[in-house]
Design a binder for this molecule. Structure first.
Ligand code: ZN
Length: 114
């Protein structure tokens, strides 16, 4: 399922953040409005985790930092065939089970199939 990412824009200085912070990272303001982020982002950097905690059965787990028009989001990638600068789009879904609870969130998949 394709997802839309919502960012939080500081009403004082205009800085957009994701995820939401208690206080603006720029001016420490506390007033935000929700804004829709770009549908696609660019991969800035990534890391592969080979040593996974017990109970997670999908090595390697790839985590990336994706830039959505200036807003940086950290998330799990759906592929390990990655390179910096590639376009990714967010998909919403089940990430893992944690203590019997299902955790949902965004993962990032390649926007263009090569
Ligand atoms: Zn601010």
């Amino acid at each position: 399922m394709q997802g839309k990412m919502t960012g939080f824009k500081c009403k004082s200085c205009g800085r957009v953040m994701y995820p939401r912070h208690e206080r603006c990272l720029g001016c420490k303001g506390t007033d935000f409005e929700e804004v829709e982020l770009a549908k696609e982002g660019i991969l800035l950097t990534y890391t592969k985790l080979y040593a996974l905690p017990e109970g997670i059965e999908m090595p390697p787990l790839v985590l990336g930092i994706v830039d959505f028009g200036g807003v940086r989001a950290l998330g799990q990638l759906t592929t390990d065939d990655v390179k910096v600068g590639m376009k990714l789009r967010p998909i919403w879904g089940k990430l893992r089970k944690l203590g019997g609870r299902e955790i949902y969130g965004f993962r990032f998949e390649p926007a263009e199939k090569s």
